[in-house]
Design a binder for this molecule. Structure first.
Ligand code: AMP
Ligand code: MG
Length: 403
């Protein structure tokens, strides 16, 4: 039995990133770069106007107000052939190249047209360089603008696009085989009879895997029978990761650990000091998938996924070390005492007007109760043996991704 935060080095140690693929940038959202992105050009590629205004020589307008002769106009996307001489100005649009000879831009708001449009009145002086973005001031040709290991959100997609990376080399997405075990399980389209229970975990894990930007591979439901479980696991051996729920504890029909061992899996973690979710098993097949066997209770399965499976998927995809880090919040409502292990509760967290996070545990019947998870945007968590708390007490929370 290992402490949660001591489990992470053990979790990451056997994980190697998946092979890489090269793909169009537009398809690479939420992927992870396996190679850096290098800017192919100086950016901006030319001295560029930040404002709509008049390109001038700063020394010409030092004694403003005064008039300058307008000798031309440069819109974004055009280039002026003419240079600026003493006593002249050229209209420039935002994003237009600065004509040679000019060293500053006066904003259009600081000007007015004079002499029937042949001259512009400059109302105030400007410093050299004012409202000009010099060529290559944002990035130079050959400069690394995104490092390997960087995740691609819309922000980095824009960076890669500006850098000329029409294709990027990223890690392949992990495939995750999902196997449910339990004699009592029936599909969700069925009304359970007698001792049956709906298999909500298969759907939970399918959704959680997709939310983590990985690819689920559904293996169906196995009876609590070693041969059937073994056949299920064999069907998942081609995946990068295998997630099994149920049958992982100490019950007389909990066959999953035994079957995994018989099949030659190497066990890395056998139990973690958390509630819910203690009997979590993390193993791996030599030249085969990583294996997580999660307890069957839906909330245990979810907590195990968030705390361990999701960081493991990130590591497979080239983002190692994604350890969930709880941060402080103020409790709203009351909280029962924690167990002898780090304890988690589905919670709703908000930011108060003063910027302080506060969190409320949702009404919840325990690890077998899926319904208390609805609307949770956080897991409230307390260290082992934490006492019961009243409103205003100090707690820790982990935020969950939500829509
Ligand atoms: P187990 O981990 O097999 O001991 O199961 C613990 C509890 O979770 C039992 O009440 C099971 O009926 C329930 N359970 C197991 N698998 C699932 C599943 N796939 N969906 C919903 N509940 C499950
Ligand atoms: Mg069971």
């Amino acid at each position: 039995v290992i402490d949660l935060f001591q489990a992470y080095p053990v979790l990451f140690a056997p994980i190697r990133p998946l092979p890489v693929v090269t793909m169009p940038l537009g398809d690479a959202l939420f992927r992870t770069l396996a190679r850096p992105v290098v800017c192919d050009i100086d950016y901006p590629p030319f001295d560029r106007s930040v404002m709509d205004g008049y390109a001038v020589r700063a020394s010409d307008v030092a004694r403003a107000p005064l008039n300058l002769t307008i000798i031309g106009r440069v819109a974004a996307g055009t280039e002026s052939t003419e240079g600026l001489r003493a006593g002249t100005a050229m209209y420039v649009g935002t994003g237009a190249p600065i004509p040679t000879g000019a060293d500053a831009v006066v904003r259009v708001e600081q000007t007015e047209i004079a002499a029937d449009g042949r001259e512009v009145r400059i109302r105030s002086s400007v410093l050299p360089g004012q409202f000009i973005t010099p060529k290559a001031s944002y990035a130079r040709a050959g400069q690394i603008v995104l490092k390997a290991g960087q995740g691609l959100t819309p922000l980095e997609i824009a960076v890669a696009a500006a850098a000329g990376a029409a294709t990027v080399t990223v890690y392949r997405r992990p495939t995750v085989a999902i196997l449910s075990t339990g004699d009592e399980l029936v599909d969700i389209g069925t009304v359970p009879k007698g001792a049956q229970i709906r298999n909500s975990n298969a759907v939970l894990l399918n959704a959680a895997v997709r939310a983590a930007h990985a690819e689920p591979l559904m293996l169906g439901t196995a009876k609590d029978d070693p041969a059937v479980i073994r056949a299920g696991i064999e069907a998942g051996l081609s995946a990068d990761q295998l997630c099994i729920t149920g049958g992982v504890s100490v019950g007389e029909r909990d066959f999953v650990p035994r079957v995994l061992r018989e099949m030659g899996a190497e066990f890395h973690i056998e139990k973690i000091k958390i509630k819910p979710g203690r009997p979590i098993l993390f193993a791996g097949f030599p030249r085969g998938p990583l294996v997580f066997a999660l307890p069957g209770n839906p909330v245990s399965a979810f907590v195990g996924f968030e705390l361990l499976v999701r960081p493991a998927l990130a590591a497979l995809e080239g983002r190692p070390g994604r350890i969930p880090r709880p941060f402080p919040a103020v409790l709203r409502g009351s909280l029962p005492a924690a167990a002898d292990r780090r304890t988690f509760w589905p919670a709703h967290a908000t930011v108060q007007d003063d910027g302080q996070w506060c969190a409320e545990a949702l009404p919840w019947g325990g690890s077998g109760d899926p319904f208390g998870m609805a609307g949770a945007n956080a897991l409230l968590t307390q260290p082992p043996h934490s006492p019961a708390l009243q409103s205003g007490g100090s707690v820790s929370i982990l935020l969950l991704e939500r829509v």
